[in-house]
Design a protein around this ligand. Structure first.
Ligand SMILES: *Cc1c(COP(=O)(O)O)cnc(C)c1O
Length: 433
């Protein structure tokens, strides 16, 4: 059954606690589970032939409720919750690696800073290289693919520069070459449905809109279920006995019984990479993310509605030189946005705008009162940053300007307050310039 997201966030994956009938998902604050009963069944659980709980680094009932619920919300086959968004990106990519030096990822250059570092420095040190391609020219992704390409990667609406990814075209290119498209949908949950557009895997920093309150770190990996790793020479670890798990062949582990066996991709990620890196989410964090998720549709609609009003007001303002907001894009970027986002929700809640120069940017940021000067995303409160004096101070000027960040650039993550209060605060800070 496919529930609309508004219902799935409240009902999918969990009805009541079997022991107490508690309606809210309880926090199972435990590490281990008693292995009672039939020993051959217990062996089946360890061999992933049956569902069951073994150890919280690998699986936990509170976390499992979050995973099942988010998979339903995102119309995926299953999802895996991990310690942070960074852990989600890392595990999603290394889970595709062949295990030999020389794999490559074809990626957009417009990435969250820590993701850029993960790809260009850390994964490189592990023998996985990155080839940069231009999301405005999908053919550059196609040209970069070779027989060691393990995925195409990009952010749906990039943080912080808001460059849209042509998810549909890239998924189509990936399908032709047998290469999965992995997208980070952190900035537009529900506003973009990557499963509908053909992306194989979706990752999230659940720390942002899914948590929604700036309280909790977490990450999610969703297997959208359509991609087949079977027989592909670029994915040997999916197709030959995997010594990391007792010689299992992962596609043979797929089963209809229970729900853990639905996704070979996530079974393998959970039972090898999550097990061995220990990037597990704490049960309390999973509980917090469930609380956030239950009101995500309402918040997302309000975030988008406020952001649209704010972007349009900034566009009219004499002290604002330029405004970047997916709802105001024109030309080719507009087409990508219309194909990629469910515009009934809106266009996301991140707005970039430029005041005259770095000095004006500093003045602006020093005069905000209601908004928080915080380099985070997805808090219910409006957040504002001046990248040049914070996140991008150490990035060389040519490099940041190529990415669209200038001295006078200001990034807003519009919150769900009364929009008139946000507008008043913007006016106050702009008039101080
Ligand atoms: C914040 C963020 C991440 C990293 O998430 P954490 O939960 O902080 O580890 C990854 N991608 C994007 C787009 C982000 O905004």
């Amino acid at each position: 059954m496919c529930l609309p997201a508004e219902t799935a966030v409240l009902h999918a994956g969990y009805r009541r606690d079997p022991a107490t009938k508690a309606v809210a998902v309880p926090i199972y604050q435990n590490t281990a589970y008693e292995l009672d009963g039939d020993l051959s069944h217990i062996a089946d659980v360890y061999n992933v032939k049956a569902d069951g709980f073994t150890y919280t680094r690998i699986i936990n009932p509170t976390t499992r409720a979050l995973e099942k619920r988010y998979a339903a919300v995102d119309m995926g086959r299953d999802s895996l919750a991990v310690a942070s968004g960074q852990a989600a990106t890392f595990l999603a990519i290394v889970n595709l690696s062949s295990g030999d030096v020389g794999d490559n990822v074809v990626a957009s250059p417009y990435l969250y800073g820590n993701t850029w570092n993960l790809l260009h420095n850390t994964l490189k040190r592990l023998g996985i290289s990155v080839r940069t391609a231009d999301p405005r020219r999908p053919e550059t992704f196609e040209r970069a693919i070779d027989d060691r390409t393990i995925c195409l990667f990009g952010e749906v609406i990039s943080n912080p520069c808001l460059i849209p990814l042509p998810v549909k075209q890239l998924a189509e290119i990936g399908r032709r070459y047998g290469v999965p498209l992995v997208v980070d949908n952190t900035t537009t949950p529900l506003v973009c449905r990557p499963a509908d557009l053909g992306a194989a895997i979706t990752t999230y920093s659940a720390t942002k809109y899914i948590s929604g309150h700036g309280t909790t770190l977490g990450g999610l990996i969703v297997d959208n279920g359509e991609f087949s790793y079977r027989g592909a020479s670029r994915f040997p670890l999916f197709n030959r006995p995997d010594e990391a798990h007792g010689g299992i062949v992962w596609h043979n582990a797929v089963r209809d019984v229970g729900d853990l066996g639905k996704s070979e991709f996530l079974l393998k990620a959970r039972m090898t990479w999550l097990r061995d890196t220990g990037a597990a989410i704490a049960p309390f964090a999973s509980f917090q993310l469930i609380q956030g998720l239950e009101t995500l549709p309402l918040r997302m609609k309000q975030h988008c509605a406020n952001a649209s009003i704010v972007a349009n007001a900034l566009k009219q303002h004499p002290k604002v030189r330029r405004v970047f907001y997916p709802g105001l894009f024109e030309g080719a970027d507009r087409e990508i946005v219309e194909q990629t986002l469910n515009t009934a929700y809106g266009y996301g809640a991140m707005v970039m705008f430029e005041v005259e120069d770095e000095q004006a940017g500093r003045k602006f940021i020093q005069n905000v009162e209601l908004m928080y000067h915080v380099s985070n995303v997805g808090d219910a409160r409006t957040l504002v940053t001046h990248p040049v004096s914070t996140t991008h101070t150490t990035v060389p000027r040519e490099k940041r300007e190529a990415a669209g960040i200038f001295g006078g650039s200001i990034r807003l993550c519009v919150g769900i307050e009364d929009v008139n209060d946000i507008l008043r605060d913007l006016e106050k800070a702009l008039s101080a310039i």
